[in-house]
Structure formats: C-alpha cells, structure tokens
Design a protein around this ligand. Structure first.
Ligand code: PEP
Ligand code: MN
Length: 350
C-alpha cells in the first residue's frame, strides 16, 4: 500500500506514520518526492490490520494499493526516475553511462592496459570479473581476491569506478571493499539469500536479468534488494534464452522500454552477452541506446583471441572507440548525452 501524506507535514509526522505502520506489522519505506512525501508499507497483508485505517490520521491524505507484485521497484510508488550515484558518475540521469572492460581479470598488465584504453574512449566505469560463474567447473574461475586488487589498482590509476561480480554471500564483504558496484550475474538472479545480503550492504548493485527470467521476476528480484534497505539498484538486460541459435542469447531490447514504464530504476544493456559475437555488439549497443537504456556494459579486451573467457564477444579497443563515436551521435538525437570529450580517440590496433 502507498500512504500519501498531506503537504506541509514535518519529520515528526512522518516518523509517527512509520511507527504506526511498523506497529501494524508492515515495513515502512519513506519516499520523498518534489511535492509529496509518501510511505510505502510492504509486507504480507493476510492476517494483518487493514492499512486503510491510517486514513483516519490527521497527516494522511490517502491510502492506495500498489497494483504490481513488486512494490518498491514500481513506478506507482515513485514517479521520478531513480538516479544511482557512484563516485561522481550518475546512472539514470541525463548521461548514458558506458561501463567497459574485460570479461575476466586475467593479470595486472591486462587489466591496466584495457582500463587505459576504455577510459581513453570515454567509458565512465571499468568492468572486470574476478569471481567468474563458469558453465564448466574446469574453465577459468577467476583470480578472486588477487583480481580484485588489480581492479582497485586500475581504479587508482584511471579514476574509473569498478563494477565486478559477487558470486556468493561469503565474498560480499571482500568484493564490496575493493569495488564500487556489486554485480549480481544472470545465474544468481534468484539467489534470494545473496540478493538480501547485497541489500543490507547498501553499495550500488548491478542486477543482471536471468537467462530465463520474465520482467516481472526480474523486478521481484530487484524488490529483494530494495526491501532489504538498498535503493541503489541498476537493472541490466543481457539477453534471454530462446530457440534462436544464431546469437548466444536473444537480446531483448523491448525489455528497456517495458522496464522504464513499470519501474523507476535505471536500466543498462549488455550487448556483449546479449549477442555473444563481436560483430553484433556495436549494432545492439546502438539500438539499446536508441531504445532508452541508461547505460551500457561492454566487454573489451586488447587480445580477445587469447582471452580466458568470452573472447568471441569481446571488442578490440579500436572497435569500442568507433562505437563510442557513434553513440555520441545517437544519444543527443534522443535527448541524452554521453561523454562528449573523449580523452583520446583512435590509435588502437584491431
Ligand atoms: C559477465 O558479465 O561476464 C557475466 C558472466 O554476465 P552474465 O551474468 O550476464 O552471464
Ligand atoms: Mn563475460
């Protein structure tokens, strides 16, 4: 339920409404808008008092049900789009934020070289996996904490915040210590224990859609993080499994406007995993930005043929540089902007 408060109420009034909600057995979440403050009361309604009783309070204007099964993630609860701030970078605002880097952190030299390259082309966040979820237990599983240290070095050198995957609850703290955004991968979309844990940590979370997850299930997973107290959730469309085998996944571009309509959370797109083929990444990236994505996350490698994971879908730095130049034309065409002043253009062999 949404409890809409009257205009001109003070903090003590808001606290009193929250106290009453808690007393009735629900969890209160205060959302302060430009004109109105509302309190979302979440929790199972069966066996609990009817929240409409709160309409009797002096300070309450109205009590309304939230139609969608996800509550805190819903646009019904928050009309304004959420902006997630990460050390000077805002995801969900006017700028389209490009995150780029290798699939896996493989060595110190590899991550520093590619970090310099993507920064030079205008990326605002460095990606790189230290804990890798691999289909085969015999495949490279990541450098783990050593990889996190290399990412932190790259951040120090370039100033780019770091997004990296956290695979299990036991490593949430160490990943949070070294990184700026915690990535929950497609395979963990319904690991509810992990979702709650990253919700408690409070660091920004990049939540990737599962390969067989409906948009409703995707937003309910986001709800786990929000309801645990963390409002800084960035959604990520990364392709879903269909009967089609020409690409690794079917990149669901329509998920971008659908999510934008249903939720106030920012959504970025991952055309690398969506396509699975280097030659398809740029067209899908261009389409995602045109469709309204708040950002992109793209795999880039200086020597993709020898990459330890996802080489086939990793762009060469020169290709990434060209893509960024194209995005600088597309973003303004739809009223957005994208890093206008690349630090350096061209000069990377492909
Ligand atoms: C990745 O980002 O390298 C990754 C494993 O992504 P996903 O969880 O989308 O497969
Ligand atoms: Mn990958």
């Amino acid at each position: 339920m949404i409890i809409v408060l009257k205009s001109g109420i003070n903090d003590a009034d808001v606290d009193e409404v929250c106290r009453r909600i808690t007393e009735m057995g629900y969890g209160p979440h205060v959302i302060r808008g430009e004109f109105k403050t509302i309190v979302a009361a979440v929790g199972e309604e069966r066996g609990r008092p009817d929240l409409r009783l709160l309409e009797a309070m002096e300070t309450v204007e109205s009590v309304m049900p939230v139609q969608q099964p996800f509550k805190l993630a819903s646009r019904e609860v928050r009309r304004d789009s959420t902006e997630v701030r990460i050390n000077g970078v805002t995801v969900g605002g006017h700028d389209v934020v490009v995150m780029a880097g290798p699939c896996s952190v493989e060595s110190q030299a590899q991550v520093l070289e590619v970090a310099d390259a993507v920064k030079g082309s205008g990326a605002k966040v460095l990606r790189g996996g230290a804990y890798k979820p691999r289909t085969s237990p015999y495949a490279f599983q990541g450098l783990k904490e050593e990889g996190l240290r290399y990412l932190a070095e790259a951040r120090k050198r370039t100033g780019l915040p770091v997004v990296t995957e956290v695979l299990e609850t036991e490593s949430v703290e160490v990943v949070a210590e070294y990184s700026d955004i915690l990535q929950i991968g497609a395979r963990n979309i319904q690991n509810f224990t992990l979702l709650r844990r990253v919700g408690e940590i409070g660091k920004p979370v990049l939540l990737k859609r599962g390969m067989a997850t409906s948009i409703q299930e995707f937003l309910l997973s986001a709800e786990y993080i929000l309801s645990a107290g963390n409002p800084n959730v960035i959604l990520c469309e990364r392709g879903i499994r269909t009967f089609e085998t020409a690409t690794r996944n079917t990149f669901d571009i329509s998920a971008i406007p659908v999510v934008k309509k249903l939720s106030h959370l920012p959504i970025v797109a991952d055309p690398s995993h969506g396509a699975g083929r280097r030659d398809m990444v740029a067209p899908m990236a261009r389409a995602a930005v045109a469709a309204g994505a708040d950002g992109l996350i793209i795999e880039v490698h200086c020597d993709p043929d020898h990459a330890l994971s996802d080489g086939a879908q990793s762009m060469f730095p020169a290709q990434f540089d060209r893509l960024m130049a194209e995005l600088r034309i597309i973003a303004p065409a739809i009223g957005r902007s994208i890093c206008l002043e690349p630090v350096r253009r061209g000069g990377w062999g492909s």
